[in-house]
Design a protein around this ligand. Structure first.
Ligand SMILES: Cc1cc2nc3c(=O)[nH]c(=O)nc-3n(C[C@H](O)[C@H](O)[C@H](O)COP(=O)(O)O)c2cc1C
Length: 145
């Protein structure tokens, strides 16, 4: 657990001056008071956290502004799409999708060569450029709501 996604989440929380909630620490989230909610996690075996899907499944998100973010070895937004579809199906207004690379050590969980390569490419991420990108992303959203 590198907490890569948490580093990005901290930037969002700082810039938006909002609360950062670790899904592990909550059994119930009262969302009525929020007008923008970001949902994010690391990507494990091609998917965002199942806990995130379970939480979203329980929330009433009709008309809520939301965004999705993730870090992964490859750093592509594609991984966010399945959660985005769920959010849309719940009537949420999806304001954006953010992704960047997040480092990991392939040897710790696989001996597949491809993960060695992806692991190397993601080394030292998220980096300053990723942080700058995440700042730009959240500022764009904040300016649009
Ligand atoms: C067990 C495991 C499985 C992973 N599976 C994927 C994957 O399918 N695709 C990918 O791009 N990255 C994958 N990664 C890399 C992580 O998504 C990446 O390191 C991410 O930044 C982790 O986020 P976190 O530190 O917030 O948990 C995997 C990493 C681990 C340890």
């Amino acid at each position: 657990m590198q907490k890569n996604t948490e580093k990005i989440a901290r930037i969002f929380a700082e810039k938006a001056n909002c609360e950062l909630i670790n899904i592990k620490d909550v059994s119930e989230v009262k969302i009525e008071k929020y007008n923008l909610i970001g949902f994010g996690s690391g990507v494990y075996r091609e998917s965002l956290s199942p806990k995130l899907f379970r939480l979203v499944g329980k929330l009433n998100l009709e008309g809520k502004n939301v965004f999705v973010f993730s870090t992964s070895g490859v750093g592509i937004k594609f991984y966010n799409n399945s959660l985005i579809r769920v959010l849309e199906s719940k009537g949420a207004i999806v304001k954006g999708s953010f992704a960047c690379k997040g480092s990991f050590i392939a040897g710790e969980f696989t001996d597949k060569k491809i993960f060695n390569i992806i692991g190397k490419l993601s080394q030292d991420h998220p980096d300053d450029r990723d942080f700058k990108e995440s700042e730009r992303f959240i500022m764009r959203i904040l300016n649009s709501i």
